[in-house]
Design a protein around this ligand. Sequence first.
Ligand code: ZN
Ligand code: FE
Length: 255
Amino acid sequence: MPLEIHQIPCLSDNYGYLVRDAASGAVATIDTPDAEAINAALDARGWTLTHILNTHHHWDHAGGNLALKEKWNCEIIGPRGEADKIPGLDRAVSDGDKVALGDSEAEVFDTPGHTAGHIIYHFPEDAAAFVGDTIFALGCGRLFEGTPQQMWSSLQKVAKLPPETKLYCAHEYTQANAKFAITVEPDNDALQKRSAEIDQLRAKGEPTVPSTLEIELATNPFLRATAPGLQATLGMSGADPVDVFAETRLRKDNF
Ligand code: ZN
Ligand code: FE
């Protein structure tokens, strides 16, 4: 039975997600940006929260952990690499671990870069990946605790998932990301087309998330360090992809 996935706009630009395994009734929230908003979404559906799956320790991802645990007595699962920073953590997981949600199962990948212990959750049977602040639609997380080499390697793990995988990221940053992406790859027709579609969605107040890996591979500059057009714009034709990625990230930081 497929997972039911409910997207919850939280704070100014975060997305929370409720994921329900229909066969068992188990419900996880992916991160806890806002306990009140998550409780309201649970109550509206009559769902009982059984799990919290944290991607990383930032407050807009784990700040609601304790309030939700107090109310629901749910199990908190989070990154081994930052276990000491995840409030209420019950079970630490890392690369290669599996997380069961009723009859559904997520694979855990370590994706350091944004934070040192960041992880993502991939539900292969549902072609869904909850990627936190590792990859955004047309963007990637800032390198607060990692190196360009680490983040590039993390993004390559995402890039190897099946192309139809839906990427559920934690922020609605897409429109600003598109404006930057066009400056580094102006001749990418797929990117130009996508940017126009994003403007239309945002004008109607609609989310641009999730996207698919296939779309990101074609348009997201942070996955495209080997693309000749991107390299040419940066004056880095033939350069090492890690260096191209690092330069792209630096330019975005200063955009
Ligand atoms: Zn973050
Ligand atoms: Fe965040």
